[in-house]
Design a protein around this ligand. Sequence first.
Ligand code: FS2
Ligand code: SF4
Length: 537
Amino acid sequence: MFCYQCEETLNGKGCTKKGICGKDEETANLIDLLIYLCKGISVRNVPAMENGAGNPDAGKFIMDSLFTTLTNVNFDKDRYYQLISEAIAIRDKIPKAAGSEHDACTWKPKDKSEVEEKAKLVGVLLTENEDVRSLRELLVYGLKGVSAYYHHAAILGFTDDEIPAFVQKGLASTLKDLSVDEMTGLVLECGGVGVKTLELLDRAHTTTFGKPEITTVKTTVRDRPGILITGHDLLDLKMLLEQTKGTGVDVYTHGEMLPAHGYPAFKGIENLVGNYGRSWWHQKEEFESFNGPVLITTNCIVPPKDSYKDRVYTTSVVGYPGLKHIKADEKGHKDFSALIEQAKKCSPPEAVGNESDLITGCAHDAVLALAGPVTDAIKNGAIRRFIVMAGCDGRHREREYYTEFAKALPADTVILTAGCAKYRYNSLGLGDIGGIPRVLDAGQCNDSYSLVVIAKALAEAFGVDINELPVSYNIAWYEQKAVLVLLALLNLGIKNITIGPVLPAFVSPAVLDVLVKNFGLGKNSTVEEDLKKMVPQ
Ligand code: FS2
Ligand code: SF4
């Protein structure tokens, strides 16, 4: 096994025996094989689609497979064996591409042991040249991000054929000998497809659930049993709320589900109590003290403790051996009655100890409704600068930097955030500037598009280039959706982005050099140094 796709990779180099995330060697290898086969499908399907003989549904399979392989989504070997069989079946129904075919298009196992053996041979290190490997993996991780965001839009009925077509073109490219310029071009194009996908998802969410409103969310608990829902899937939340109505069972959001409270569709629901706990990596303590069933709709899942394992349920692309899995029926309906019945027998949640109210729902429509006061505040100096602090949270001690940075920001600055990175500073009580919250939480990492819309609108209002705005970017990354958000920002021409807490292990020195020279991308430093740079006097 060799995996270096996330920020917590071992020693900043790569996980080789077991993932820091908890993935074991066999699972990590199966993930490599699944991706390899998705590349093989793509090599066949791209030309076949052009001449009308392709499989229009292959894109969906590939993208759901890529989502499954994100850090902290699916640890279930059986699921990977099954996906590998499905991949071969899909691939083999697509007409062969002209000329001699790559092994990924033709390899077929006789039995499970051949699958296991092959899986050891087709990983990241198959590409020997460090820079080629870096560009290929950067593209694959960006495509994983596209796939995750597209999945959420697609289940709400919002699709765009150009997006799965690009994912297949991108995957197929990684089996070809391309020039550095061609590979770099595809990486940047992936950022553009990311913008498009995020826009599609934004439309899917706001059309289905309404436009988010700035909302104060309670974090206290009630004296009734509850179900905790985490991950990013708002449709699952909707179904859960419909099914728990009138049952005496409360629902609490966790982690990336917090922004749900800002949507009109989820307002005024008697049993949607509030948010419980913090970001994903606190779940071992928080799932324990919650006492009731937990529904994990997407990443990030942490290998569960035996003490609460029997009340954790996964759904959709998420999986973990031994956990109960809720499948959708052919109409997309999910039956959560098992969770509801189990909840009734559970104790109410215990308070977690940080019960300050949280503000969310500061998505583009809500913030642009304040466009007048915001531009006035910039003009009269009440707001000196915006700092985009979007992204992920994670376990590394270095991430305390983000709390310290937020605390040290002068009172005339505003944080624009999205993603679970916000938990590092959203309960600090940073106040407001003339009624504008100093932490504007646009939502999940899935809602990063809002930050782009806000920045573009400000640039237009002031008649300046996006890079001339009083905005700095201090992004925290962890997994591959954040990689895609970064590529999207680069595609929009945003310069001088700072990322941390460490640089991605998969970016080779030569590729980093290109990113530094062309985009001014850099790693964060100390709070003092970065404040000097990002909030000039
Ligand atoms: Fe957070 Fe985890 Fe949102 Fe990432 S809950 S780090 O995969 O998706 O941000
Ligand atoms: Fe390691 Fe991250 Fe890969 Fe898990 S996802 S195996 S922690 S690099």
